[in-house]
Design a protein around this ligand. Structure first.
Ligand code: NAD
Ligand code: DAU
Length: 354
């Protein structure tokens, strides 16, 4: 069986659902259920004997040690994290706590578990740490895309805390021989993404007739990848990645934020037209994110040549499917827009959404 952490979040729930759609191998999911964790994403697995959920913190060493002892997983896939850059600017402490301190406790528990393994289970065991391209910092317009050997230059509390966790993971391989794998992925989009992130925020705001807040000039660039392609990359890395190696994952799909927002508006104009004219009319430029990274781009040639992974979704097909996914689930959207969500939006955008 495999042990997934953070499986009730955006990528985690896609990963768990994809895994169980393709394999009979059971999944244990440990998730703290922060504001970003949503068990409803995994409701379709209720009664499925291959799936077990534990509500808890990766920083709880005793709990993790007990789960490892009781379930004897062949791999740990660590997706648990605080993941939103803007929240890290408002409140960095939670990011240091989960992404650094709690990840350290998780690594300690896994190191002890691994030390007790022998034979095949020891030879096959893997710890897959899911990280981000943001650890490499910001690119100039003419710079080549991030490669695995680029220097780490994190710029936000979020990316700094992820960089710290990557370094710990690396050290546990180098020092203790823990068979770790690290993936550094670009911006994901797709089903179940919490509407604090750019694409779902724009869809959800547009449907509510609210402004679409574009930071600064909107010309910051990101490399967008459908979450299903990321999940496939994680399965490939787990299956065939070389312990101690890192793998960059990206969509070769660089777009400016304003292009993304315009595309979402155009799709909504087509799929759910509104009386007041094009959704583009709701686009509003607001104050920029402090320290905003201008550009990310990922060179994913290592994972392509070594592991044969390439994205299967085009952006055009993926974004259409994603907009339709949100349109089809007004109940899901309403339920995640709880009091806590409203408070965040209110505090962060300070009334600029109307
Ligand atoms: P998310 O915020 O949607 O989900 C995070 C999940 O982790 C939630 O279910 C939350 O409850 C859980 N969690 C948080 N702290 C925990 C703790 N201490 N113990 C146990 N569970 C905890 O995040 P996401 O977008 O799904 O990202 C998952 C991972 O992938 C993160 O490590 C993130 O850095 C990385 N990543 C994300 C993207 C992206 O575009 N979303 C891209 C590259 C890498
Ligand atoms: O690159 C991978 C990273 O992508 C992941 O590690 C992070 O977990 C994930 O959140 C994401 O980080 P970003 O900061 O790039 O994603 P976000 O969706 O928050 O923002 C994308 C871009 O859109 C960014 O340039 C900021 C901008 N933006 C975002 C919001 C929420 C806006 O212009 N307006 C907004 O309201």
């Amino acid at each position: 069986m495999i042990f997934v952490t953070g499986g009730a979040g955006f990528i985690g729930s896609n990963f768990v659902l994809d895994w169980l759609a393709r394999s009979e191998e059971p999944v244990l999911n440990l998730d703290k259920l922060t504001y970003a964790g949503n068990p409803e994403n995994l409701a379709s697995l209720q009664g499925d004997a291959r799936y077990a959920f534990v509500h808890g913190d990766i920083g709880d060493g005793e709990l993790v040690a007990r789960l490892l002892r009781d379930h004897q997983p062949r791999a740990v896939i660590n997706l648990a994290a605080e993941s939103h850059v803007d929240r890290s600017i408002h409140g960095p402490a939670a990011f240091v706590q989960t992404n650094v301190v709690a990840t350290f406790h998780l690594l300690e528990a896994v190191r002890n578990y691994f030390a007790g393994l022998q034979g095949e289970p020891r030879r096959l065991f893997r710890f897959l740490h899911v990280s981000t391209d943001e650890v490499f910092g910001s690119l100039q317009a003419s710079d080549p895309a991030f490669r695995e050997d680029n220097a780490y230059q994190p710029n936000s509390p979020y990316s700094a805390s992820k960089a710290a966790s990557d370094h710990l993971v690396r050290a546990y391989h180098h020092t203790y021989g823990l068979p770790v794998l690290t993936s550094n992925c670009s911006n994901n989009y797709g089903p179940f993404q919490f509407p604090e992130k750019l694409i779902p925020l724009m869809i959800v705001n547009a449907l509510a007739g609210q402004n679409l807040p574009v930071y600064g000039d909107g010309l910051q660039r990101r490399d967008w990848l459908h979450v299903a392609d990321h999940c496939e990359a994680l399965r490939r890395v787990l299956e065939a990645g070389r312990p101690g190696e890192t793998y960059n994952v990206g969509g070769r799909n660089e777009l400016a934020n304003i292009q993304i927002v315009q595309r979402v508006c155009d799709l909504l104009d087509e799929l759910a037209p509104r009386a007041g004219g094009s959704f583009r009319g709701l686009i509003t430029h607001v104050a920029d994110r402090p320290g905003h990274d201008r550009r990310y781009a990922v060179d994913a040639s290592k994972i392509a040549t070594e592991l044969g992974w390439r994205p299967a979704h085009t952006f055009e097909e993926g974004i259409r499917q994603t907009v339709q996914w949100y349109l089809d689930r007004p109940g899901w959207v309403e339920r995640v827009k709880t009091g806590a969500y409203r408070e965040w939006v209110q505090a962060h955008y300070q009334g600029s959404l109307q």
